[in-house]
Design a protein around this ligand. Structure first.
Ligand SMILES: Cc1cc2nc3c(=O)[nH]c(=O)nc-3n(C[C@H](O)[C@H](O)[C@H](O)COP(=O)(O)OP(=O)(O)OC[C@H]3O[C@@H](n4cnc5c(N)ncnc54)[C@H](O)[C@@H]3O)c2cc1C
Length: 468
């Protein structure tokens, strides 16, 4: 579409609410297509991923690995003097890097021709936005809601005011000597690893039977074992019912009767889409009652034709690359004359736990529910580095294969560099590679990933002769 078509009685062609992963990409691409774009941000440009999500989290994960590395170095002949760690230095350096990224995002947005307003924005009607900072109204031909999500502590419990979320965990004054983390999702598991690696005594409390619901069961069991070897206490089947302030810290009362005293209590039990007070009702934008996210079609269009939504606020696949892809597809669809649907299948994902998880495609349980015959190839082994370091750790590699077509339906890895490996494996899975393709690929030796092309015999075959 040409620029002329967007003029008429609108101040802008596109008003984006939220300068996070999805909003920034959509704004830049739409501006590149010739649209007049304004982006509103109420907090900091970059959104959750850059400011208090993926990026600072990964920096803390890197920091937390050094304890293990210094220890393991001894087996390779290194003498490392007593290492010490300074939390404040880490946080200051991390904050500097985040500020640099925020500036880069802001510059790129302005270079694209989009304009930025630092204000909360709310929707008044299908084409009107109100800027809370000034009260000004903006008429937009299209509105894109890219407001993301925020931590959700669940139902209030006594002492909830003492509980922090991942947002505050990035800005603590000191490394807490003892931490209780409640939650079993990837954020809880990652922070448990970060704190433990940096030297805190960590207890992870999760209400379900095992951590990482939705991941492959072997992965869940394997990681739990590895976390326990790292000294993390994992308590499942229990919840925190109250948190009392004591002279020595915070006492968490669990549903199983246990009381655990720590210096910090962090909840990572879920996130809720940022839709409160946004004016969705007023504009007639429907929310999906099951997920609490804004309901959209395959192109990101909501129940109101001029309003679209992308990213975490739609509560579908809450990952940065997905929000970015959705933002880009929206801009191409609406302003680029190229209707683009985002394919949400076979999205690789990582958990930056210690050790890391990398996964793509179906779990064993999902594959068995969807395919009549499923073959499993599984290997568990000691990584080469551990032979000299003496560390008690094992790698898990698993392929889930369609027994009829031979297609690799899923790949699951727990071990060092799992995230890096799975990004490349995801290409093969997306291309519908078969187990025979994996077998035909030469191994790269010595590596852990070579196991993925050398597993010859299934460890389980489901669906034949009516059973296992
Ligand atoms: C601790 C943590 C770790 C994570 N780690 C990973 C990871 O390793 N890999 C990964 O892929 N994903 C990770 N994520 C998820 C990732 O951060 C999100 O999926 C991604 O940021 C979603 O992008 P978005 O554009 O939908 O929203 P966001 O990036 O959250 O951006 C939304 C923006 O909208 C602003 N906003 C909200 N309401 C308004 C309003 N009314 N007016 C103006 N502005 C508003 C917010 O301030 C925010 O800046 C992590 C998340 C967390 C919390």
């Amino acid at each position: 579409m040409t620029r002329r078509m967007f003029m008429a009685d609108f101040d802008v062609d596109l008003f984006v609410i939220g300068a996070g992963s999805g909003g920034v990409r959509a704004g830049r691409i739409a501006a590149g297509h010739g649209a007049r774009v304004t982006v509103a941000e109420e907090f900091r440009v970059g959104g959750t991923c850059v400011i208090r999500g993926c990026v600072p989290k990964k920096l803390l994960v890197h920091a937390s690995h050094y304890r293990e590395d210094f220890h393991d170095a001894a087996g390779f002949g290194w003498t490392v003097p007593e290492a010490s760690f300074d939390w404040r230095t880490l946080i200051a350096n991390k904050d500097k890097e985040i500020a640099r990224l925020e500036a880069a995002y802001t510059t790129n947005l302005s270079k694209s021709g989009a304009s930025l307003v630092n204000s909360r924005a709310v929707i008044e009607d299908p084409h009107t936005i109100r800027l809370v900072a000034t009260g000004a109204r903006v008429r937009a031909r299209f509105i894109l809601v890219a407001t993301g999500a925020a931590p959700n502590h669940g139902k209030p419990i006594p002492g909830i005011e003492h509980v922090i979320s991942s947002n505050e965990a990035f800005h603590l004054d000191r490394l807490p000597p003892r931490v209780l983390v409640q939650g079993g999702g990837y954020i809880a598991v990652e922070f448990a690893g970060i704190f433990a690696g940096l030297g805190s005594r960590v207890t992870l409390v999760y209400r379900g039977e095992n951590i990482l619901r939705g991941f492959d069961d072997d992965v869940r069991a394997h990681l739990r074992g590895e976390m326990e070897k790292h000294g993390i206490t994992v308590i499942t089947g229990a919840t925190v019912e109250a948190v009392d302030k004591t002279r020595a810290g915070l006492a968490s009362r669990l549903s199983n009767g246990t009381i655990i005293e720590t210096d910090e209590v962090m909840f990572a039990i879920g996130r809720k889409p940022n839709i409160a007070g946004l004016g969705l009702d007023q504009a007639g934008v429907a929310v999906n009652p099951e997920t609490g996210g804004i309901a959209v079609d395959g192109f990101g269009q909501t129940s109101v034709p001029s309003i679209y939504a992308v990213g975490d606020v739609t509560n579908r696949v809450n990952l940065t690359p997905v929000a970015i892809r959705e933002g880009h597809a929206f801009a191409d669809t609406v302003f680029g004359g190229r209707p683009t649907r985002v394919d949400h299948s076979d999205i690789p994902t990582a958990v930056f736990s210690q050790p890391e998880i990398g996964t793509v495609g179906l779990t064993e349980a999902q594959a068995r529910a969807a395919h009549p015959r499923v073959d499993i190839y599984k290997a568990e082994f000691r990584p080469m580095k551990a032979t000299l370091s003496g560390r008690d750790t094992r790698v898990l590699m698993k392929l889930v294969v369609d027994g009829d077509s031979d297609r690799v339906l899923g790949c699951h890895i727990v071990g060092e560099a799992a995230a890096e490996i799975i990004q490349a494996i995801a290409i093969a899975v997306k291309m519908k590679a078969t187990k025979a393709d994996f077998d035909a690929t030469m191994a790269l030796h010595p590596s852990a990933a070579e196991e993925l092309v050398t597993m010859r015999t299934p460890t389980a075959r489901h669906g034949r002769d009516g059973g296992k």
